[in-house]
Design a protein around this ligand. Sequence first.
Ligand code: UTP
Length: 296
Amino acid sequence: MSKHIRKAVFPVAGLGTRFLPATKAMPKEMLTVVDRPVLQHVVEEAREAGIEHFIFVTGRNKGVIEDHFDIAYELEDTLRKRGKAKEYELLMSALPPPGATSFTRQQAPLGLGHAIWCARDIVGDEPFAVLLPDMVTMGTGPKKNRCLSQCMDAYNSYGGNIIAVEEVPKEDTDQYGIVSLGKDFGDTFEITGMVEKPPKGTAPSNLIISGRYILGPEIFDLLSKGKQGAGGEIQLTDSMIELAKMQSFHGVRFDGRTFDCGSKLGFLAANVAFALADPALASGFQNELRKIVGGF
Ligand code: UTP
C-alpha cells in the first residue's frame, strides 16, 4: 500500500519579475485573487487534499507570508469586540493548526529544483506533495475537487510519482516541461519521458507539467547534485527524469481549470473566473464586465 501523503512543499522564493513594480516590496504569492492571496487559494487546495503539514520555501522580503498563516492577535481581538463574528470566523477557518507550518529560506533563487531541495530535512524520508503557488486551480468536474485531490486519487491507485499535466497549443511547448505518454487510461497515463523547455518543434507532446506533483523522497539525493539545466537553473524536471529511470511516474489530466497567476494574463483571468464563481459577486460583476467590454 502507498504511504499516506502528509506534507506539501510550497516554493515561494522566486523574484516575481513579471509583476514588477507590484512585487518590489510584496511577494507575488500575496497578490490577491478576489479576496485572498494567491498562496491561500493553493494552501486551501492542499488542505482539501488532506495535507497536514505545510512547508514554505521562502526568501528575503517574504516575511509577510509567515504572518499571513499565523494569528493576528490585535485584529482578531478587535473583530471579536466589535461583534464581527463572520469576519473573525473567516480568519480562523483559514488558520493552519499550531505546528502545522514550517518555513525555510532558499537564500538565492537558483531554480525550482534547488527550492525543493531546501525542504529536504523538513520533509524527511517520506513521499510528499509539491504545489507551485503561481498555479491556481479551480475544480470544474462533477466533484469540484481541485488538482491535488485528483493527484491523490491517482497516487492511491498507482503509487509511485504523480505529475499533473495540462494541454497547451503546440507552438507554446518550448516554454514548459513536457511529458511523453505511455499507456493511456483516460484521466491518467504512464509517463515514459520528460523534457524541460524543448526547442520548438521537438516536443514529444503538448502536455505540460502544470504545477502539482507527488514525489518520492529519493528525489532529494538527485537534487543534491545541483546540476544546472535550462536557463542555468537547477531544474526539478531534470531530477525527475533521473528518478523516472528507477520509479514509476503517472500523469493526471486535471478535470478543471488552471490559471498561471505568475503571468499577468493568467492572474487577471483567475480574478474574473473566481469572481464569477462567487454567488455574492457574480451578477454585479457580470454587469460591470458587460459595461467595460461594451466600451463603458
Ligand atoms: P517562476 O520562474 O515562475 O517564478 O517559478 P519567478 O522566478 O518568481 O517568476 P518571474 O519569472 O521572475 O516572474 C515558479 C515557482 O517556483 C518558485 C517561484 O516562487 C514560483 O512559485 N521558485 C522559482 C523558487 O521558489 N525558487 C527559485 O529559485 C525559482
